[in-house]
Design a protein around this ligand. Structure first.
Ligand SMILES: Nc1ncnc2c1ncn2[C@@H]1O[C@H](COP(=O)(O)OP(=O)(O)O)[C@@H](O)[C@H]1O
Ligand SMILES: [Mg+2]
Length: 237
C-alpha cells in the first residue's frame, strides 16, 4: 500500500510536484503518466526516499518514508530510469549479491531461472560494464523479482527493452499484482498504461489532473478514442 498526502517538492522556482494526494491499495498496478518534465521521476524519488519533500508525507505499507525510512524502504523494490548496477560484478554475481542482501537462502536455482527467463544466461559471467541498456534493465527486473518486495516502483520500465522482453515484463508485473503486490509505474508510453494499468493518474506540471480507470479518463476527455488522444487533450490546456 502506498499513501501520498499533500506532497510538494520545489526546486528553487520550479514546483516539480504540487500538492499530490494519492492512495494505491495492495494488489493494484498503478500507472503514472505525463509528458517530459511533468514530475514523475521526482515523485518516484520522493517515494523511494532519495529526495526529501518540501512538504507532505508518504507512507509505504503504513511506514512513513521520512520518519521510518528503513522500515519503509525494506518493503520497496525500485528500478530507476537508468539503473545503477555494480559495474565490476558479473550479472550472476550481482544477483547473488542481491540474494545475500535480502537474506535469501539457496537462491541459486532462482537466479538461474531468472537469468534464463530474461535471456541473460549466456552473459551471466560477463561484467555488467559490458551490458547494453536493455540487458541492464532485464538484470534489474531479475533482481526485483528475485527478492520479491511488497511494493514495486519502476521509473519508465519498458524504455530500452526489445518487444519480447517488454511482453515478458508486462506479464510478470501483472502476475505480481495478482499475488497482492502494489506496483507503481511511471511512463510516457501511453500504450503501456492502457494495456496493463488498473488505474491511471495523469500528472501535468506537477499536478495530478486526472485519476481513475481508463474509462474515467476517457469520460473526462469527452472522447472514446485511444488513451493517446485523451492524454493529448488533457495535457494541452
Ligand atoms: N534536481 C533538480 N533540480 C532542479 N530541477 C529539477 C530537478 N529534478 C527535476 N527538476 C525539474 O522538476 C520538473 C519535473 O521533473 P521530473 O520529475 O524529472 O519529470 P518527469 O520524470 O515527469 O519527466 C522539471 O521541470 C525538472 O526540470
Ligand atoms: Mg522522468
Amino acid at each position: 500500500m502506498i499513501k501520498i498526502v499533500h506532497l510538494t517538492k520545489r526546486f528553487r522556482e520550479t514546483i516539480a510536484v504540487d500538492d499530490l494526494n494519492l492512495e494505491i491499495p495492495k494488489g493494484e498496478l498503478f500507472c503514472f503518466i505525463g509528458p517530459n518534465g511533468a514530475g514523475k521521476t521526482t515523485t518516484i524519488k520522493l517515494l523511494t526516499g532519495l529526495l526529501f519533500p518540501t512538504s507532505g508525507e508518504i507512507f509505504i505499507g503504513g511506514y512513513n518514508v521520512q520518519t521510518e525510512p528503513l522500515k519503509a524502504k525494506s518493503l520497496i523494490g525500485y528500478i530507476p530510469d537508468s539503473p545503477f548496477l555494480y559495474e565490476k560484478l558479473t550479472g550472476e554475481e550481482f544477483l547473488s549479491f542481491i540474494a545475500g542482501l535480502y537474506g535469501m537462502k539457496e537462491a541459486d536455482g532462482k537466479i538461474e531461472e531468472f537469468l534464463g527467463l530474461f535471456g541473460l544466461s549466456d552473459y551471466k559471467e560477463r561484467l555488467i560494464s559490458d551490458y547494453s541498456h536493455g540487458m541492464r534493465q532485464r538484470l534489474a527486473f531479475s533482481a526485483i523479482l528475485l527478492h520479491h518486495p511488497e511494493v514495486i516502483v519502476i521509473d519508465e520500465p519498458l524504455v530500452g527493452l526489445d518487444p519480447a522482453s517488454s511482453r515478458l515484463v508486462k506479464d510478470l508485473l501483472r502476475k505480481e499484482t495478482a499475488k497482492g503486490k502494489t506496483i507503481f509505474l511511471s511512463t510516457h508510453t501511453l500504450s503501456v498504461a492502457e494495456e496493463i494499468a488498473d488505474r491511471i493518474g495523469v500528472i501535468h506540471k506537477g499536478k495530478l489532473i486526472v485519476l481513475g480507470k481508463l474509462e474515467d479518463l476517457r469520460k473526462k476527455a469527452h472522447s472514446l478514442g485511444k488513451l493517446e488522444e485523451v492524454f493529448l487533450q488533457l495535457t494541452q490546456e
